[in-house]
Write a protein that binds this ligand. Sequence first.
Ligand SMILES: Nc1ncnc2c1ncn2[C@@H]1O[C@H](COP(=O)(O)OP(=O)(O)OP(=O)(O)O)[C@@H](O)[C@H]1O
Ligand SMILES: [Mg+2]
Length: 412
Amino acid sequence: MPPSDPPPDGPSETTPVASLFAFLSREVLSAVIALAGVYLSAKVIKRVMDPNSDERERLRQHREQVLERLYRTGVPRDALRCLGPSEETLLHDLVFPEDINSDFDAVGGLQGTKETLKELIVYPLLYPEVYAAGRGGAASSLLTPPKGILLFGPPGTGKTMLAKALAKESGANFLALSPSSLLSKWLGDTEQLARAVFSLARRVQPTIIFIDEIDGLFRERTSQEHEAHKNLKAEFMQLWDGLTTDDRFNQVVVLGATNRPYDVDPAILRRMPRPFEVSLPAVEERVEILRKVLHDVDVERPFDLQTVANVTAGYSGSDLKELCRAAMMHPVRESLRATAKSVGTGMVRRKAPPLRPLTLDDVLLARREVTRTQEQSADYQERVARESSGDASAASMDMTVKFLQMLATKTS
Ligand SMILES: Nc1ncnc2c1ncn2[C@@H]1O[C@H](COP(=O)(O)OP(=O)(O)OP(=O)(O)O)[C@@H](O)[C@H]1O
Ligand SMILES: [Mg+2]
């Protein structure tokens, strides 16, 4: 191998400007690398020291979005100034009416209940000025919405759906307090969080404070009741009473729902003077619910909804939906089987054939797969009847009457 050329002797060709430039580039590069290192290590240290920082940032962004939306819906900026930490926590349970996807139209049956709830809640919240047309322009306290309403009835009859529809129809913000989310939050200062529920509700009114499964949160008092829970209940009731003290422009309603009304603390029940039973649907209501459940399903024509309704006595709205879901699996299974067969014979895999329309037989056959709520809710029927009077004639009584009797018996 020929020897490589020796390096050129003598002074380098680089000019002072070039070497200054090279020096600066090296320095800048190492400064950038050092800064990046500091930044990354700060992030790592922050994450180790505070593992919840990302979550907090996410919550902060969510809070900003919620506040921005509230301003846009007309809540004055002043009303939302200086929110307390508990109010901020509760912002996450606030649902805007436009984000609710069930309205009265989606609820099948319950015509009478829907009409009464419209008059009692929807119209006063939608048209406060009409209800304020009393003497001197101030609303008569008789015309303001009742401060507490209870929806009770067997499981799966549409109570939660109806509550959401109420918020949607009345354009009210919906503060949904679920026992699971609240009891965990309320492990801290319970009274403070109870106060925050009502103060936030007032700030963003009109508001429906919705307590689903209210029996879980406000169970009848027992000797083993935790002190914090007792305080929460007492504070909550006091604040609730505060709503009723002649505040004629108050637009906050507490709405409770339960399928175990007999387990709710009677003191809480007394604050909901308008109980509505959301009962199992009668035959004509079942036709209506089936029509709504199947509205976007390809069914054979004609499809005899009446026959299905006739053979589904004791089914709740939720059972009817499950029945239709189970029935829909028949055409789906057939389609999947056809595809699997073509693969099994070694043929080129075909696209699944389109689903055939749902038939009456599919639905009738599916009845074997779905248990009726009536069977599970025997406990509900029996407990309300027993606790209302213990009277044998109770069986034929209207449920709301039984309920009121039950309340009277418990509080006497
Ligand atoms: N009246 C109804 N009209 C239309 N769909 C209904 C009706 N009732 C129930 N459903 C269907 O059943 C589902 C469950 O209903 P929902 O959760 O409102 O019942 P619920 O009364 O609150 O039951 P639970 O007492 O168990 O809480 C609804 O999402 C809806 O799809
Ligand atoms: Mg419910």
